[in-house]
Design a protein around this ligand. Structure first.
Ligand code: NAG
Ligand code: NAG
Ligand code: NAG
Ligand code: NAG
Ligand code: ZN
Length: 492
């Protein structure tokens, strides 16, 4: 339409330009994407995790701040996170795009038989780099690519990994308030251009802690969830005050959900097997069992079929779809409680009303996901994604080349305001099936459009050349004068 109306009133050169414009601007876009962006226009991204914020919490009480992100951005309804659905494994999956068996943080409590070392999120053992170096977190990759990153208490972000800390980070300290963490993040993003961070990660311990103590079904959780929405509001407001709101892409998600437990649903291992025969490395609801020397068969046979509410796997028999087998830190026997059940040695231990760690396809285990900012579409609801898909998405937003990972940009590119211009490889893993994903591609449409534009372009050039050749005097005359003739020729 634009071309046709110009045809009547403008000169042929202009018309030619209009036709060729799409090609020129596409070329320029490609060029921009490939060259190093200058410091000021480098894309910005802030990834926020509210620990244990289950996907459906936003519908439970009014959550106006989550709503505003959804209205201005995107919501993903079904996010399949990584097995096991625990804090450390999932936070590392979010920033590496890898399943736990590949990134090596397979649990909150681990034993590495090769290192003969134990890892516990309760101790300083987490500061040993060797636990983390089977993968490279995004903040390190950003820095190796010449960008800068800042981290406020994200699990692992105060550990030196592959020789680097984040450019800016806070030593983990649960007593530091959310507001203080936000103030640091704002300061890092607002620093003078050479020092400003490009990628930030922000972590908050709630509503996980309350979910464990109260149980997600407790009505007291309503207040906790409303409180998280207020904290999110504080963050949004600080971003606005600092003039960052329209610049920074913001992703708000979580590591896992929370299931309601009951003191009636307890599995006592002491009933089935003596404590002397094994060490339990990781605890309920998915228990890593290391049998004592020579006791494997006895322990395994005692536990197998012991309790209908507990699945018992030899490491090699752990279901394929968990992607939870191929790591020396995964114990020889894995016990998995049914949703809502607790595995203990006896009832004397610490019992919680809420827990997570269960099967990652359970709805109760899944996190919230909303995002907004210049890179994201507006007011768009996507049905499903895997949390490992977030990594290639973040790399794309930051213009960083992703390291090998288990995610797929193709699965999530419909969240973006403009589609990636380079062809994306076919994903190893399609989006999670239940419910069916709504992934689609513009590539064929864009391709045919380009084809048509090019054919038209060449046609126009040809016609003009022929016209010019036929009328050698034309080039000495003004374009305005030649207009009626060309107009006639072009009335196809
Ligand atoms: C593993 O370390 C412990 C001390 O933490 C030591 O007692 C044990 O002998 C070590 N085992 C091996 C196989 O080196
Ligand atoms: C942790 O943060 C609190 C509150 O800011 C502070 O009082 C305390 O000294 C900090 N602890 C450490 C070990 O830095
Ligand atoms: C449960 O285990 C604890 C040690 O963890 C022990 O002290 C207690 O006696 C046991 N209780 C029963 C009822 O066996
Ligand atoms: C996940 O990605 C890593 C790195 O590319 C690869 O080694 C691993 O085999 C992948 N896992 C699966 C289940 O595809
Ligand atoms: Zn958690």
């Amino acid at each position: 339409m634009l071309g046709l109306s110009l045809l009547g009133g403008c000169s042929p050169l202009l018309f030619l330009l209009v036709l060729l414009l799409p090609l020129v601007s596409l070329h320029r876009l490609n060029h921009q994407e490939r060259s190093e962006p200058s410091v000021t226009d480098r894309p910005k991204l802030l990834l926020v995790s509210f620990d244990g914020f289950r996907w459906d919490y936003i519908d439970r009480v009014p959550t106006p701040n989550f709503r505003s992100i959804m209205d201005e951005g995107v919501l993903v309804e079904y996010v399949e996170n990584a097995y096991i659905t625990k804090t450390f494994p999932n936070h590392y999956s979010l920033v590496t795009g890898l399943y736990a068996e590949t990134h090596g943080i397979v649990a909150n409590e681990m034993y590495d038989p090769a290192l003969n070392m134990s890892f516990s999120m309760e101790t300083d053992s987490i500061y040993d780099s060797r636990w983390w170096e089977e993968a490279v977190p995004l903040w390190v990759t950003v820095q190796k690519a010449g960008g800068r990153s800042g981290a406020a208490m994200w699990p692992g972000s105060d550990v030196k990994i592959h020789g680097l800390f984040p450019n800016q980070y806070l030593q983990y300290n649960a007593s530091v308030s959310f507001e203080t963490r936000v103030e640091w993040i704002i300061e890092w993003f607002s620093a003078p251009k050479e020092e400003a961070v490009d990628f930030g990660v922000l972590y908050w311990e709630e509503p996980d802690e309350s979910g464990h103590n109260l149980g997600p079904q407790s009505s007291l959780m309503d207040v906790v969830i409303a409180g998280i929405d207020e904290k999110l509001g504080f963050l949004l407001n600080e971003l606005k005050k600092a003039g960052l709101y329209e610049k920074v892409n913001l992703i708000v998600t979580s590591d896992h959900g929370m299931a309601q437990l009951s003191a009636d649903n307890i599995i006592e291992l002491d009933e089935y097997v003596s404590r002397d025969m094994y060490t339990w490395v990781d605890k309920s609801p998915v228990v890593g069992i290391l049998p004592k020397e020579g006791k494997f068969d006895e322990v395994y046979n005692s536990l197998l079929d012991a309790n209908p509410n507990m699945a018992v796997y030899k490491k090699d028999d752990i279901p394929e779809h968990f992607h939870y087998r191929h790591n020396i830190r995964i114990m020889p026997i894995l016990l998995e409680a049914k949703e809502g059940w607790t595995i203990m040695q006896n009832r004397t231990g610490h019992f919680m009303l809420g827990n997570h760690g269960y099967d990652n396809t359970l709805r109760s285990m899944q996190p919230v996901f909303v995002a907004r900012g210049p890179a994201f579409r507006q007011n768009y609801v996507k049905t499903s994604m895997r949390s490992v898909d977030l990594y290639p998405l973040m790399c794309h937003i930051l213009s960083i080349r992703p390291l090998p990972n288990n995610g797929s940009l193709l699965n999530v590119q419909d969240l973006l305001s403009s589609l990636p211009d380079s062809p994306t490889p076919i994903p190893n893993h399609p989006p999670p099936t239940p419910p069916k994903a709504s992934g689609y591609s513009y590539a064929p449409v864009v391709g045919s459009f380009l084809g048509v534009v090019m054919v038209l372009g060449f046609l126009v050039v040809y016609v003009i050349l022929v016209t010019l050749k036929q009328r050698p005097s034309l080039k000495h005359r003004s374009w305005e004068m030649s207009q009626p003739l060309l107009q006639e020729d072009l009335h196809l």
